[in-house]
Design a protein around this ligand. Structure first.
Ligand SMILES: *Cc1c(COP(=O)(O)O)cnc(C)c1O
Length: 382
């Protein structure tokens, strides 16, 4: 018996009563920060590379950095609670009205707003096996019931997800391309899902990696036309724009849905730096182009390196790649000892796999060399 439970047994005053959902709620496990790993291994920070959180290896948009420098002197003022300039520019670029847009402290906040507005005890939330870890967390946080549909060749089986919808279903989450698998559902399947999802269900299409696609399915016209009130698209400035540390993302949906989100968000959820940086990054075509090109070349390089090592991997449509290395957690630890941080996938039900984010050419080379060394040296390989 612990001291606390003895106290309770002895009839002492009970402590706090936590929200019961918290007892099964996992804490989100992020990629490990460079400084933390360097400290632990006694390595200089400069010797550690992080390919674990799908960040932009080219850094923030240079235009965003310039805009933030100018904004520093205004930080004694609260941010614009409505992010007027950013919303207006985004709306212009997308051909939408500002009333179609909700901004969030990362698109993760937009996902949480979905929970606030639509998920409660009794509601079912449909996701795919190997879905983004935040969807189950949001579902459980608001007391919803998670319905996880088996994957098809590691990707989403959208037809099966459609069949899993019941009268209790309030939300369906689909990331396309998906994280952590890098898989992409066909345009036809996505369109069929949009057309057949019942009006009582919000279909959230998470487009965090859309900007990496050569020919993405453009769903913005569906939002613009207003024909589907129950469609929400989410995007982020964390990936292609290189602003993950600022926390900014957005959702596009019917004004009625957006109005509900506006009620449940914090008054100043978007800080001033994030607003000015995102505004500048939106027009930084050069940085977007360089990022895409670096990513395309990096994916090809890593795929070739995995082939040479005889490793299975999933062809990726995003800025990371899932590769089967055998004892995934052990390989993650061994790579970390070499100063290369990747992401183990046991928590996603993929214990034989690791996920590697595309880095700069030098980082990709170092990662591939370290992986080859780790697998050669040990009996960790399949
Ligand atoms: C990275 C990622 C996001 C972005 O999250 P932010 O909160 O905007 O940083 C959203 N969805 C998926 C599937 C992702 O992988």
């Amino acid at each position: 018996m612990t001291a606390a439970s003895e106290n309770l047994a002895a009839g002492a005053k009970p402590g706090l009563t936590f929200n019961p959902v918290l007892s099964h709620l996992p804490v989100y496990q992020p990629g490990r920060p460079i400084e933390e790993v360097a400290r632990e291994l006694g390595l200089p920070v400069a010797d550690v590379i992080k390919l674990a959180s799908n960040e932009n290896p080219l850094g923030p948009s240079p235009r965003a950095i310039g805009a933030m420098r100018e904004a520093v002197a205004q930080l004694h003022l609260y941010p614009d609670g409505n992010a007027y300039y950013l919303k207006r520019r985004l709306a212009e670029q997308l051909g939408l009205d500002p009333a179609h847009l909700i901004l969030g402290n990362g698109s993760n906040e937009v996902l949480e707003l979905v929970g606030h507005a639509l998920i409660g005890p009794g509601s079912e939330v449909v996701v795919s096996e190997y879905c983004f870890a935040v969807y189950p967390i949001v579902t459980h946080l608001f007391g919803g019931r998670l319905v996880s549909v088996p994957a098809r060749e590691y990707g989403h089986d959208l037809e099966a997800m459609r069949r899993a919808i019941t009268p209790q279903t309030s939300v369906v989450f689909v990331a396309n391309p998906n994280n952590p698998t890098g898989t992409r559902a066909s345009d036809e399947e996505v369109m069929r899902l949009i057309q057949t999802v019942p009006d009582s269900v919000l279909l959230v299409l998470d487009e965090a990696y859309l900007e990496y696609l050569e020919s993405p399915l453009d769903l913005v016209p569906r939002v613009r036309s207003g024909e589907k009130r129950n469609l929400l698209l989410t995007r982020t400035f964390s990936k292609i724009h290189g602003l993950a540390g600022l926390r900014i993302g957005y959702g596009m949906g019917h004004p009625e849905v957006i109005a509900a989100f506006e009620k449940v968000r914090q008054p100043f959820n978007l800080n001033t730096m994030a607003q000015v940086a995102a505004l500048a990054a939106l027009d930084d075509r050069e940085h977007i182009k360089r990022t895409r090109e670096n990513n395309r070349a990096g994916l090809a390089f890593l795929a070739e390196a995995f082939r040479a090592l005889g490793l299975d991997f999933l062809p990726s449509h995003a800025n990371f790649i899932l590769v089967r290395v055998g004892a995934g957690h052990d390989v993650f630890v061994a790579l970390q000892q070499q100063g290369v941080i990747v992401r183990p996938m046991g928590g996603y039900g993929l214990p034989e796999w690791i996920r590697i984010s595309v880095g700069t050419p030098a980082e990709n080379r170092r990662c591939a060399d370290s992986l080859a060394r780790v697998l050669r040296r040990s009996s960790l390989a399949l």
